[in-house]
Design a protein around this ligand. Sequence first.
Ligand code: HSE
Length: 345
Amino acid sequence: MVYIAIIGFGNIGSGVAELLSANSAKVADALGDTVELKYILDINVPVGSPYEKYFIKDFSVIENDPEVRIVVETIGGAGAAYEFTRRSLLKGKSVVTSNKELVATHGAELVSIARDTNSNYLFEASVGGGIPVLRPLAQCLQANEIEEVYGILNGTTNYILTKMRSDGIRFEEALKQAQEKGYAEPNPESDISGKDTARKICILAAMAFGRLLDPDKIPVKGIQSVTLDEVLEAEKQGGSVKLIGRAAKLPDGQIGISVEPVTVSRDNLLSDVNDVFNGIVVRGNAVGEVLFYGRGAGKLPTASAVIADVIDAAKHFHARKRIYFEDGRNDAVGELPVWGNTINS
Ligand code: HSE
């Protein structure tokens, strides 16, 4: 029996508990053992919840319980989540997360602690929601030199841009719908401003090129100033406005990386990636272009990726996964060649 604790019981954390319970037989079959929830750490205990008996408020209970070997961190942010992740890894517990902010800001340190303590820090759900992309990038494409990674990495902004075009609705109305569907961040400013996409493209670049750049130091433009007129004009000209995160290895060895709204022409597959869906293109020097496509946000798609990592962590209690990248927070960011029609408003 493998015991886990969930820390942070919001949209994603509760999705993990629900999916674990709904698909317990499938999970047991995949692992060859059962996965049991032992604790849920959260400041709010939902009265009447079927999970009420698991709730605790003191992290040290989890930290000091040797039976808990995997901690699922779905708190979000880089405050308490950072502290509890460090403490878990230092105790040799593996940590699985969907927290892109934490991976993008402290990922190099956390991966390095995991390496030292023979545990694993796994974060498939942090990029692309339910789409398997980080593991395929690190494993299935490992025979390639990766030349470029780009794509639509934020479900909320893609949903907003799609609805503005298809329903002719205003930005605010489309954002409200995305929030109601549970796609947006608690503070949707991270989605709209492009910050969330910046964190995700930095994680993808770290997997592809081995250096985790600082998302606060890369050029980022969000969709806050994209107007309905621009969206409709792009369509008239045979394209769609998309928020694109992009990273490439430049000839001088630097990593070029950026986030900006771009008019994607119809002959590019990303122009058909709509609603909450994400699309990520990876170009390797042997395989050419590979497209990853699926639901980039939402409770159960994200829980699907989290639980797959739980199974993977449990399969590798005595063997570390090879997910290593170095801290590139002081690296200079290279300038990418122009791509598509950038929206300059
Ligand atoms: N707010 C994020 C998005 C959630 O809309 O893509 C998934 O990371």
